[in-house]
Design a protein around this ligand. Structure first.
Ligand SMILES: *Cc1c(COP(=O)(O)O)cnc(C)c1O
Length: 424
C-alpha cells in the first residue's frame, strides 16, 4: 500500500478525501501520508516511513502515542463493555479530577467534542443573560458551530459575516469579532452593544492562528470588562487546558472565567469535550434547570478511562517542567539556526506549544500572523516532512510537543531544520 494509492481511494468516498479539512495538506501544497501506527513521539505511515510527530492528534496526545498507562486503562474499560447510556462511576472520577485542577469549575458536563462543548457553553451563557450576541477574537477557532463561523472585516471590530456558506446571515450577525491583545477594541464593542452581549469567548493563549500569548494585563482586562457588564466570560481551554500546566491558562495567568471549555487532552485520544463553571450557572442545565443539552455517547466509559489515566500521568512531578524545557530548547535552536541561515523567523512558545513564524517579529494578533510568509512555510513543511519531521500542515497551527519528546527528538528536529533552511 502506498500513500498515493490510499489518497486516491479516500477521495472517491470521503468528501475531499478527509474527515477534517486541515488533514488534506492542501494548505501546504501537498497531499497527506496515511498512518499505520504510532509509538511515543513517532508515527509510521503505510509505506513504513517514520515521522517525529509535532501534531499529536492536535494536542489530544499530550503523553505521546500508546502511553502504557492509557493503553492499560482503555483495555480495562473495554473488558466491561463499550457504553451503556446510563451513569458510570468513571464520569464522576474524571469530573472530580477536572474540578480539582480548575477551581473555577465546580461542576462539569461532558460531551463528545470541543465544538459541542463550546456550542453548549454559549447556549448556557445566552440563557443566563437573556442576551444573544457573542463577542470573540479574530482568528480564534472555537470549533465549527454556526455562530462561531463568522469572520471579522477590517477595522478595529466588525459585525460578523458568515465565513462559510450555509451559515445564516442572522446567525453570523450575532457574532462580533475583535482583535486579540486589543483591550480598547473590546471595550468599544462592549460599549456599542451594551446589554446585548451574552458572552465573551477567548482562547486565553491563542493557538489557532499560530501560537499568540496574551500580553500582560489583557486577560485581567477582559475579566474586569465582562464583570462590569454582566457578560459571561468563557475561556476556551480545549488546547491550553491540561497543556500549559495542570490547571490551564487560568492558573498560569491567575484569571478565572465564568465558564471553561475543555477537550482534546482530557479524552486521552478519544472523543471528549467538557464545559463547566460555578454550581449556580451549571445548575441552569437540564435536568436540574431549563437549559436543554444531551448526548447519547456523552461521558463514554472508554474515553473517561483514557482521560483519567492521562490526567493521572500529567499529575506526576516534573511533566510540565520537562515539556517547557523541551519547547524552550526547540525555540532557542530554531531561532539561532534561522538567524545563521539569514531566514527571518520569530517564535512564540508557551509551555508545550510553539509556532515558528516566517516573519521579522512575532505577531500579537491574527492579522499580524496572517502577514507571515505562508508560502515559505509550505516549502519548509514539505522539506521537514521529507526529513522525517511532521509539523502542522498549516502555518496557522501550533506545534504540539508531547511528554514523549526528549532531548534526542529536539536534536533530531534541529538537524532537520538546518537542512530544510538551505536555500529556502
Ligand atoms: C480543536 C478546538 C476546538 C474544537 O474541538 P473539536 O473537538 O475539534 O470539535 C475548539 N476550540 C479550540 C481552541 C480548539 O483548538
Amino acid at each position: 500500500m502506498t500513500n498515493a494509492a490510499c489518497w486516491r481511494k479516500a477521495r472517491r468516498v470521503l468528501a475531499g478525501g478527509v474527515n477534517s479539512p486541515v488533514r488534506s495538506f492542501s494548505a501546504v501544497g501537498s497531499s497527506p501520508f496515511f498512518v499505520d501506527r504510532g509509538e511515543g513521539p513517532y508515527l509510521w505511515d503505510v509505506e513504513g516511513k517514520r515521522y517525529l510527530d509535532y501534531v499529536g492528534s492536535w494536542g489530544a496526545l499530550i503523553l505521546g502515542h500508546r502511553h502504557p498507562a492509557v493503553m492499560r486503562a482503555v483495555a480495562g474499560a473495554l473488558r466491561n463493555g463499550t457504553c451503556f447510556g446510563t451513569p458510570t462511576p468513571q464520569e464522576t472520577a474524571l469530573a472530580e479530577a477536572i474540578t480539582g485542577a480548575f477551581p473555577s469549575m465546580e461542576q462539569v458536563r461532558f460531551v463528545s467534542s470541543g465544538t459541542e462543548a463550546v456550542m453548549s457553553a454559549i447556549r448556557l451563557a445566552r440563557a443566563k443573560t437573556s442576551r444573544s450576541k457573542v463577542l470573540k477574537f479574530e482568528g480564534a477557532y472555537h470549533g465549527h458551530a454556526d455562530s462561531l463561523l463568522a469572520r471579522a472585516g477590517s477595522g478595529m471590530f466588525t459585525l460578523g459575516l458568515p465565513s462559510s456558506p450555509g451559515v445564516p446571515l442572522h446567525v453570523a450577525a450575532d457574532t462580533i469579532s475583535v482583535s486579540f491583545n486589543g483591550l480598547k477594541g473590546v471595550a468599544e464593542a462592549v460599549r456599542r452593544h451594551r446589554r446585548e452581549i451574552a458572552c465573551l469567548i477567548v482562547e486565553p493563549v491563542m493557538a489557532n492562528s499560530g501560537l499568540i500569548p496574551p500580553e500582560p494585563g489583557f486577560l485581567e482586562g477582559l475579566r474586569r470588562l465582562t464583570r462590569e457588564e454582566g457578560i459571561v466570560l468563557i475561556f476556551d481551554e480545549v488546547i491550553t487546558g491540561f497543556r500549559l500546566c495542570y490547571g490551564g491558562a487560568q492558573k498560569l495567568y491567575g484569571v478565572e472565567p465564568d465558564l471553561t471549555v475543555l477537550g482534546k487532552a482530557i479524552g486521552g485520544g478519544f472523543p471528549v469535550g467538557a464545559y463547566g463553571g460555578g454550581r449556580k450557572l451549571m445548575g441552569l442545565l437540564s435536568p436540574a434547570g431549563p437549559v436543554y443539552q444531551a448526548g447519547t455517547l456523552s461521558g463514554h466509559p472508554v474515553a473517561m478511562a483514557a482521560g483519567l489515566a492521562t490526567l493521572e500521568a500529567l499529575r506526576r512531578p516534573g511533566v510540565y517542567r520537562r515539556l517547557n524545557e523541551r519547547a524552550g530548547q526547540l525555540k532557542k535552536g530554531l531561532l539561532a539556526l534561522s538567524q545563521r541561515a539569514g531566514v527571518p523567523a520569530a517564535v512564540h512558545q508557551t509551555g508545550g506549544l510553539l509556532t515558528l513564524f516566517f516573519s521579522k517579529a512575532a505577531p500579537r494578533n491574527a492579522a499580524q500572523a496572517k502577514r507571515s510568509d505562508s508560502r515559505r512555510y509550505a516549502r519548509y513543511f514539505r522539506r521537514m516532512l521529507k526529513e522525517g519531521v511532521y509539523l502542522p500542515p498549516s502555518s496557522f497551527e501550533a506545534w504540539f510537543i508531547s511528554a514523549a519528546h526528549g532531548r534526542r527528538q529536539i536534536d533530531e528536529t534541529l538537524a532537520a531544520h538546518r537542512a530544510a533552511l538551505r536555500g529556502l
